[in-house]
Write a protein that binds this ligand. Sequence first.
Ligand code: CP
Length: 339
Amino acid sequence: MNPAATSVRRQLQTPPVPASQFPFNPGSLLSIMDLGLAALSRLLSRATALESMDPLLRDRLLAKRRVALLFYESSTRTRTSFELAAKGLGADTTLVSSLSSSIEKGESLKDTGLTLRALGAEAIILRHASSGAAWLLESETRLPVLNAGDGMHEHPTQALLDLRTILAHLRPGIEAIDAETLAGVTVSIVGDILHSRVARSNMLLLPRLGARVLLCGPKELLPELAAGPGVIIERDFEQALRQSQAVMMLRIQAERLAGTQLDLDEYKASYQLTGQRLAAHAPLAVVLHPGPIIRGLELTAGVADGPQSAILEQVKNGVAIRMAVVERALTAAEQGGRA
Ligand code: CP
C-alpha cells in the first residue's frame, strides 16, 4: 500500500483534539484564561460601576441569592473580600472551612460540593491546596465555581485586582483595555515564583495587554522553564528594577518549601526590596504585593509603608473586582452564556 495514502488515512482516523470543556458553567472563573480581552474590560468597568453605586441599590442586585465560600487553606484578604463583595450585592453567604466542617472527618471535595449545592448554594468560591481542585468541583457540581487559589496553579481574581491597581497607577482614567493598553510597561515579579499561583495568573494576563513581564529570583524559586510569551527571566534584581514601572514582590511560601534548599540571608542580600534599592533603581515604580507580606524578608517595613507601596490599594480593589466576578457568576447563565 502507498505509504502516503496510509499516512493520510491515519490522520483522517485520528480523532480531533476536543475543545476545552472548561468551564462548564458560563459564570465560572477557573483560570484568568477563561476571560478574553472584551470580558476582562467588561469586568473592570463593572467593578468601577459597582464600587460607586449607592449601597442600598447595590444590595438588591443579588438579594437573597446563595453563595458558599469553601476554604481548605487559610486566607485573610481573598476570603474577606469575597464575602464582603457577595454581601455588598445582597447575597447570603456561608463559609465552610476545612477545620470546622465534615472535611475533617474525611468528606471529599466532590461530596462537600454536592452537599453545598443541595443546601441551595448557587455558586461556590473555592480555595484549595491542590492544583486543579476548582476544575474538579465545577465538573462535579456544574455550579459556577470561582477559583480563589488552587495550589501552585492560579489565582485569577488576584490577577484582576493587580491589573486594576497597575492601571490606576500607570494608565489612570482608562475606560477600556485592549492588547496595547500596557505596551511599553515592564512588570517585575520577584521572589518565590515556583510556588506562586499569583505569579502564574499574572504571567498569563499581563502580556495579553502588551506588558513585558520579568521574572526575578534564585534558581531554587524560579526554574528556567518559567519563561513564556512576553515573559523573560532576569536573575539580577537591580537590573530588573531599572527596567520596571511596577514591581510585584512575593512571599516565600514556607508551607510549600519542603525539600528546597534556600539560604535566607543570601536571599535577602540578593532579592530583598529595600528603600535604598528602590530609590537607587526604581524611584518611580509602583510596588505591589499580593499579601500576606513578611516584613524584613522579601521587603522592608519602610518599603511596605512607603509612598511607592500600593499594597493596601490592592486589598481595597479586591472587593470591587470580586463584586463584579460574583455578579457575573450568578447572572452569566441568565444573560445567555459565557462572558
Ligand atoms: N492574596 C491572597 O490570596 O491573600 P490571602 O491568602 O490572605 O487570601
